[in-house]
Design a protein around this ligand. Structure first.
Ligand code: NDP
Length: 457
């Protein structure tokens, strides 16, 4: 939780922790939001009396199910599947599916809770949800991934629908997995609908959806810098991860004249002091998306780059010790701890724009705030992905198809608006310039009004 001397916040969190023991990632996500909302509830006692916040931290529905499938060796495998339908006050549940061995209910509740605020910030009519499985696609054949996805959807299909709950991708779920799940949904329901986003453009997807989260995080950074009379031109940038979000963050940084110098995966990170240009990025995209290789292979191809293996016992991640002007964490949660945040600041980093969800621990966030780093929290900075998912839903339901330029223009406009509304909300509640408080407040205001209007349900 963020540092606080508010007895109300401490009491709220203690009660939440008592009823949701072991869900530490969820506690962290809620603890990041609640302190921002105290002045909002003080000013709107009707929401306090209506226990809007108490209702908001309780998912409307949690679905947990068995996923059994047969691997290539003929062995029966059993995984656990989930869908957390968190809040539908402003629209159908919307949020990704994550396939990773670390997935459990606490992780999905953290992601689903964040998603409520993020989706409200986009200005699109979408509620918050998240799902996934502890299945690990790494090292699995295409056939195994297909059989897993089919088994997963054989249960999930009865809970989702284009007006109910519209999942998308996340860690471990890209175009391949969305294809297999959509195929199974279609077969079981005999309908062709906009029930999953992140689809191929050949069968109902939107242009710019794969790019949207990474591009959006860079657009948000450009907005933060622009508001402070600066730009990304010539800035050295650290990027973590090498999946969907990281790849397109690197692409957009190149477009805007910045120099991304790092990428990583769970095995370690590469540092290329010459910059990861578009040609090198194409190599990474082929390596990661087609050959499903490891980032270490980058240094075999580009001799000036160095690879540093991951040390799980170290108290910091050396990626965040590389001198740079800006950082774009795009891998996973809690990848920047207090030591990492201090190292970033000591080495000259003045901006952090989070492509990943909750990549910075609360101690790190405090450091960024104290040192005046421009800090764009994930729920604002990475909202571009879900925003374009909503645009995909709009195109699917009206059977229209917008050009790349059109979708990119709308994405740019949405990121500008999120930046503006976050700053305005922060200003209105005495937290001038604080994007974390501002995005929490702006997202909450919209959802709280809707919950109030719809009565106690
Ligand atoms: P991908 O699966 O495409 O890529 C994830 C990357 O992060 C991989 O390089 C992976 O390495 C690395 N990674 C994942 N888990 C860990 C870990 N525990 N330790 C170290 N490295 C790790 O996922 P995305 O790019 O889609 O997602 C990245 C982040 O962005 C996540 O936090 C996600 O929630 C967030 N996000 C994604 C959106 C989207 O549109 N896809 C939308 C909004 C947020 P390895 O391959 O070795 O596991």
């Amino acid at each position: 939780m963020m540092k606080t001397d508010s007895p109300w916040v401490t009491d709220f969190m203690s009660r939440l922790e008592a009823v949701t023991p072991h869900e530490t990632a969820f506690h962290q996500a809620v603890g990041e939001v609640v302190p921002s909302l105290e002045p909002v509830l003080d000013r709107n006692p009707v929401w306090r009396d209506g226990r809007i916040l108490e209702r908001l931290v309780e998912p409307e529905r949690v679905i947990e199910f068995r996923v059994s499938w047969v691997d290539d060796a003929g062995v029966v495998q059993v995984n656990r599947g989930y869908r957390v339908e968190f809040n539908s006050a402003i629209g159908p549940y919307k949020g990704g599916l994550r396939f990773h061995p670390t997935v459990d209910l606490g992780v999905l509740k953290f992601l689903g809770f964040e998603q409520i605020f993020k989706n409200a910030l986009t200005g699109q009519p979408i509620g918050g949800g998240k799902g996934g499985s502890n299945f690990d696609p790494k090292g699995r054949s295409d056939g195994e991934v297909m059989r897993f996805c089919q088994a997963f959807m054989s249960e999930l299909f009865r809970h989702i629908g284009p007006d109910t709950d519209v999942p998308a991708g996340d860690i471990g779920v890209g175009g391949r997995e969305i294809g297999f799940m959509f195929g199974q949904y279609k077969k079981l329901t005999n309908t062709f609908t906009g029930v999953l986003t992140g689809r191929s453009t050949d069968w109902g997807g939107s242009l710019i959806r794969p790019e949207a989260t990474g591009y959006g995080a860079v657009y948000f950074a450009a907005e933060m810098l622009g508001a402070n009379g600066s730009s990304l031109e010539g800035k050295r940038c650290l990027v973590s991860g090498s999946g969907n979000v990281a790849q397109f963050a690197v692409e957009k940084l190149n477009h805007l004249g910045a120099k991304p110098v790092t990428l990583s995966d769970s095995g370690g990170f590469i540092h290329d002091p010459d910059g990861i240009d578009l040609e090198k990025l194409a190599f990474v995209q082929d390596l990661k998306n087609n050959r499903r290789g490891r980032i270490i292979e980058y240094v075999e191809k580009y001799a000036n780059a160095e690879f540093t293996p991951r040390d799980r016992d170290a108290d910091h991640n050396p990626l965040w010790n590389v001198p740079a002007d800006a950082a774009f964490p795009c891998a996973t949660q809690n990848e920047i701890n207090g030591v990492d945040a201090a190292n970033l600041v000591a080495n000259g980093c003045r901006l952090v724009s989070e492509g990943a969800n909750m990549p910075t621990v609360p101690e790190g966030q405090e450091i960024f705030r104290e040192k005046g780093v421009l800090y764009g929290p994930g729920k604002a900075a990475n909202a571009g992905g879900v925003a374009v998912s909503a645009l995909e839903m709009a195109q699917a339901s009206s059977r229209t198809f917008w050009s790349r330029e059109e979708v990119d223009r709308r994405l740019g406009g949405i990121m500008k608006d999120i930046h503006k509304h976050s700053l305005e909300a922060a200003e209105a509640y005495g937290r001038t310039g604080d994007y974390l408080d501002g995005s929490n407040i702006a997202g909450f205001l919209k959802v709280a009004r809707a919950m109030h209007d719809q009565g106690v349900i």
